[in-house]
Write a protein that binds this ligand. Structure first.
Ligand code: PEP
Ligand code: CO
Length: 445
C-alpha cells in the first residue's frame, strides 16, 4: 500500500521549468496542491511495477506496446460513451496486433490524466486579439476570451477527479468481462465486412479462424477474459505530478501515482530541466520523446539521468521524427544507445512529426505519411540490436474527420464534417483499426 501521507519531492523546484502555467493567484495554487497531496493515489505501486516488467519484455522483443488515446482529453469529452469507445478501439487494435506479432500486446491508454498540453507559442492571436494559449483543461479553458484563458488551479482538482472516474470505468470494463477477446473479435468482424477494407480480408480471416479454433478446443483461460489496460500521460504540470508523487510504504520508494506510465515531451526534455529532475527518482516506467533535433549526446545524457543503472523496462524512447527524417536521424540515435549498452525500449510516435496545415486552416495528418514513419522506424530498428517495441498514437473511438487518407479516402474537403480535437488531429475509429492491420502486417513472423 502507498501511504496517504504525502512526501514532498521538491528538488525539481531549483531547476528551470519549461511550459508551466502562470498562475495569477499563488495562494490558491498552494491550497490546491495541499489538497491534492491528501488525495488517495490513482494508481498503485504494484501496477507500475508490473508495467515496468512488461516494458522490459517489449524491449527484449517478447511483447509489443500499443499506447494510444487523445492528444488532449477534455472534461467535456470524458463521458462514459467516449471512454468506452476509446477502450474498445484499443482492444480491437490489440487483438489484430497480438495475432500479427504472435506476442502479447501491452495496452496503455493516453487516458485518465492527459489533460495538459505544451504549446509552441505562449499566446494565440485571432483577428488582432492576443490571448494566452490554451494549455489543456488542466490549466485553462479553450474559449477565446481573456477570462477563460486565465490559468485556474482549481482545474488540477478537476483533473484528479476526472482521472479517478475514468480509471474506475477502465477497471470496470477491462475486468468485468466486457473486454473478453471473443467479444472484441465480433466487433472487429464489423470492420472487416466493410468492402473498403478488402485488402485486410486474408489477415482478418486468419484471425477469425484462430479464434474459432480456440473456441472449438474449449480454450477459456483468464487471459481471454480480462485485460490489463494501463494509463499514461505527459508529466507536464510539475505541481500536479509532484503532489501525486508518494512514498510506497512497502518498499520505501517513490512512485508517481497519477498514472502508470509518464512521459516527458519533446519541449521539456532538457537534461538540466525540472521535468527530468522530477521523474528521476520515481520507480514508474517512463518515456522521453525524441524529435528530429535530438542528438546522440541527448540520448546518452537522458539514459545517464533517468536510467543510470540500466534497469530493464525503466526507460522508453518515443521517437517522433517526421516521415521524411526518420531514416536519416534515427540511426545515429539508436547507434548511440547501442554503444552505451544500457537497455531501452524504442517506440514510434508517427503522429507528432507529421502535422500539416491545409489551405483551409485545418491542422491534419495524412494516413500514408503516418504509415511511412512507422515503416521507417521498423527499418531502422531492424538494422540494430534493438527491436521495434511498440507504437504511440493519437486516436479516438469516435467517427471524427481529423486525419486525411486511409482506405475510406477521407479527403481535405471532409475535415470540416466532424473536426473536434482541441489540439492535434486524431485517427478515427476506422483509421485506428486500419493502422493496426497495417502494423500487424509489418510484425508478422
Ligand atoms: C503529445 O504527445 O501530444 C506531444 C505534445 O508530443 P511531443 O512532446 O512529442 O511534441
Ligand atoms: Co498531440
Amino acid at each position: 500500500m502507498i501511504t496517504d501521507e504525502s512526501f514532498p519531492w521538491d528538488s525539481w523546484r531549483s531547476f528551470p521549468a519549461a511550459q508551466q502555467p502562470n498562475y495569477p493567484d499563488a495562494e490558491h495554487l498552494k491550497n490546491v496542491v495541499a489538497k491534492l497531496r491528501k488525495r488517495p493515489p490513482l494508481v498503485f505501486a504494484g501496477e507500475a511495477d508490473a508495467l515496468r516488467e512488461k516494458m522490459a519484455r517489449a524491449a527484449r522483443g517478447e511483447a509489443f506496446v500499443l499506447m494510444g488515446g487523445d492528444c488532449a482529453e477534455t472534461f467535456d469529452t470524458s463521458t462514459a460513451d467516449q471512454i468506452r469507445l476509446k477502450i474498445q478501439t484499443l482492444l480491437q487494435m490489440s487483438v489484430v496486433l497480438t495475432y500479427g506479432a504472435s506476442l502479447p500486446v501491452v495496452k496503455v491508454g493516453r487516458i485518465a490524466g492527459q489533460y495538459a498540453k505544451p504549446r509552441s507559442s505562449d499566446t494565440e492571436e485571432r483577428d488582432g486579439v492576443v490571448l494566452p494559449s490554451y494549455r489543456g483543461d488542466a490549466v485553462n479553458d479553450n474559449a477565446f476570451n481573456a477570462q477563460a484563458r486565465v490559468p485556474d488551479p482549481q482545474r488540477l482538482l478537476e483533473t484528479y477527479q476526472q482521472s479517478a472516474a475514468s480509471l474506475n470505468l477502465i477497471r470496470a470494463f477491462t475486468k468485468g468481462g466486457y473486454a473478453d477477446m471473443r467479444r472484441v473479435h465480433t466487433w472487429n468482424r464489423g470492420f472487416t465486412e466493410n468492402p473498403a477494407y478488402a485488402r485486410y480480408e486474408t489477415l482478418a480471416g486468419e484471425i477469425h479462424r484462430a479464434i474459432m479454433f480456440m473456441e472449438a478446443a474449449g480454450a477459456d483461460f483468464e487471459g481471454l477474459k480480462v485485460v490489463d489496460l494501463y494509463s499514461s500521460h505527459e508529466a507536464l504540470l510539475l505541481e500536479y505530478e509532484a503532489a501525486l508523487t508518494r512514498i510506497d510504504s512497502r518498499s520505501g520508494e517513490l512512485y508517481n501515482t497519477s498514472g502508470h506510465f509518464l512521459w516527458i515531451g519533446e519541449r521539456t526534455r532538457q537534461l538540466d530541466g525540472a521535468h527530468v529532475e522530477l521523474l528521476r527518482e520515481i520507480r514508474n516506467p517512463i518515456g522521453v520523446k525524441l524529435g528530429p533535433t535530438a542528438t546522440p549526446e541527448d540520448v546518452v545524457g537522458i539514459i545517464d539521468r533517468l536510467n543510470p543503472n540500466g534497469e530493464e523496462g525503466r526507460l522508453t524512447f518515443i521517437t517522433r521524427m517526421g516521415a521524411p527524417k526518420i531514416r536519416e536521424v534515427l540511426p545515429r540515435l539508436v547507434e548511440a544507445a547501442q554503444s552505451d549498452g544500457r537497455p531501452v525500449a524504442w517506440i514510434t510516435d508517427p503522429m507528432h512529426g507529421n502535422t500539416i496545415k491545409t489551405a483551409s486552416g485545418y491542422k491534419t495528418r495524412d494516413f500514408e505519411t503516418i504509415m511511412n514513419e512507422v515503416e521507417g522506424f521498423f527499418e531502422v530498428l531492424g538494422e540494430s540490436k534493438f527491436v521495434p517495441a511498440g507504437m504511440h498514437i493519437e486516436l479516438t473511438g469516435d467517427d471524427v474527420t481529423e486525419v486525411i487518407g486511409g482506405s475510406e479516402l477521407l479527403d481535405e474537403q471532409r475535415l470540416k464534417e466532424r473536426y473536434e480535437t482541441l489540439v492535434d488531429p486524431r485517427l478515427n475509429h476506422q483509421q485506428s483499426l486500419e493502422i493496426a492491420f497495417r502494423v500487424a502486417e509489418l510484425l508478422r513472423r
